[in-house]
Write a protein that binds this ligand. Sequence first.
Ligand code: AMP
Length: 217
Amino acid sequence: MKNIIFIAPPAAGKGTISDYLVKNYQYEHISTGDLLREEIASGSEFGQKLDVILKSGSLVDDETVIRLVNHKITSLSHQAFILDGFPRTLGQAKVLDEMFRELNIHNNVVIYLSVDLDTVLKRVTARVICPKCKRSYNLNNEKLKPIHKDTCDDCGYALIRRDDDNEETFKVRYESFIKNTKPILDFYQDKGMLKEIDATLPLEVIYDRIENEAKND
Ligand code: AMP
């Protein structure tokens, strides 16, 4: 399978789709949001600074996230990976391009999950996540609900709501997507790497389309 780079507004379904791909195709899931939340959970001084940024809905500086991603990608074994939440700025996309060139990584597809504001707003306020295995659930969706209301189906941990999954912070994150992240689409379109999938389709259809796009040629 190809490496997958997801570009999408917050709560478009990147995490849910990544969970599916990890379970079925043994992808390595690299989520910059998860990596940053791990640093915050460690209680470090740097984590406390990150916490303020994530709670506000703004972006962390490019240098920090590039360092995290570079560390992850260079320490990977041979399996394909998913980039979830990176790149989020044109600057990050250009550095990633350079990283791929240096590491001789060419088997990539960029998938844009398109979705309207109303849909993601509804999803974000119904999202809960497992702080241990990072699986995400949607309390309003029969297929994505946990079996027991408050615990993770996979590891039994108590589910939590993310600090930034509220309407006010969500708007900041969505605006940041429009301003900083959407311009990346042209960058990948020009390289012929971009595929668009409608993220409001039923999950089975989305999985099927992604499997088709990510299959090796
Ligand atoms: P996510 O889990 O992808 O929704 O990311 C949560 C938060 O982490 C974002 O709202 C940003 O504050 C920060 N973040 C995640 N990825 C990046 C990135 N590539 N660049 C800058 N900030 C990021």
